[in-house]
Design a protein. Structure first.
Length: 326
């Protein structure tokens, strides 16, 4: 294991022995390292999983989110060198795929390091991007877009005050995606593997096929049942496919295409985010629903005895932070 590599940007699922390979996972717009929590031990004892911790959420909820995809990629490229003593594979979902591509380019240019493999999920390649700003018209439009795509707990968006905890990061990420316009596709020195949910409302197999233009070392596309967040329902199948690609004997496939499916923090006092009765009654259905949503979003377990403290956003943040050990 590399020494002196603690970073606010990376959540590490360290292996007991020095790893053979590291896998960096890059979340979607509005996502966090928690999305990849159950990948931590999924790829064997010799693969160390890293999950990117974008600012503006979870442990970094008090920080301003990044404004651009390039800023995210640049910051990660600056953080990774101490961990580049071991081959690095990268998996990015949606916005994370663009971050992964930009990161690979920066690793090549700045550090003369080529990723072992870049895996891109549900995202067009850089030269075929067609970003839209429609979802940024107002909060209502953005909420509708997030709900259309899925991936964010509905309870957190339904409650006005809880929404303030997660919405700044969501808004910043969607704005970063909108700013990331089409640009020349710079070839990578590593193979690229694509993944797609067959029912993704915005991305089709022919869109993903465009990644072959920036992957002279090899490109393959796997289409799985599901929509933009197929990763949840198809977790076992996806993890097994990635595990096979990360195995020591794996070699980049010749270019091919997949077939059908199967082949922010604020200290200002706010009105109570739940009723007074709910705040003092652990049996309140509303309180239980909100606690469950918070636990899921921030990957913590919250004692129901803490409810009386959670009468405003400052109290909510303090309880979540203490429960997570931040």
């Amino acid at each position: 294991m590399a020494l002196g590599t603690k970073s606010i940007w990376l959540r590490r699922h360290a292996t007991a022995a020095p790893p053979r390979l590291r896998l960096l996972c890059l979340p979607h717009a509005g996502g966090s390292a928690r999305f990849f929590h159950d990948w931590g031990r999924a790829f064997g004892d010799d693969v160390e999983v890293l999950a990117a911790r974008y600012p503006g959420r979870q442990e970094r909820i008090a920080e301003d989110p990044c404004d651009t995809v390039e800023e995210l990629a640049g910051a990660l490229a600056d953080e990774l060198p101490p961990l580049l003593d071991t081959p690095l594979a990268v998996f990015g979902h949606s916005m994370g795929a663009s971050v992964g591509h930009e990161l690979a380019l920066r690793l090549q240019a700045r550090h003369r390091v080529t990723p072992h493999l870049l895996m891109v999920s549900c995202r067009k390649p850089p030269h075929l991007l067609t970003p839209s700003t429609a979802a940024l018209a107002d909060d209502t439009a953005l909420i509708a877009e997030v709900q259309r795509l899925g991936g964010t707990d509905a309870a957190l968006l339904a409650d006005t005050d809880l929404r303030e905890l997660v919405f700044p990061a969501i808004r910043a990420d969607f704005a970063a995606v909108a700013r990331y316009t089409a640009r020349p596709g710079i070839p990578l020195d590593c193979p690229v593997a694509g993944y797609l949910g067959a029912g993704d409302p915005d991305i089709a197999a022919h869109d993903m096929a465009g990644w072959a233009a920036v992957a002279p070392k090899g490109f393959g596309l796997t289409v799985l049942p599901g929509d933009h967040f197929y990763l949840t329902a198809q977790r076992g199948t996806l993890v097994a496919d990635i595990r096979a690609r990360l195995a020591p004997q794996w070699r980049a496939p010749p270019p091919r295409l997949g077939g059908p499916a199967g082949s922010v923090y604020s200290t200002r006092r706010r009105p109570c985010w739940t009723s007074s009765k709910a705040a003092h009654n652990a049996d309140s259905l509303r309180a239980i629903e909100i606690l469950a949503a918070l636990e899921k979003q921030f990957a913590v377990v919250i004692n129901q005895s803490e409810l009386p403290r959670m009468v405003n956003l400052k109290g909510v943040y303090e309880v979540v932070a203490e429960s997570a050990g931040w």
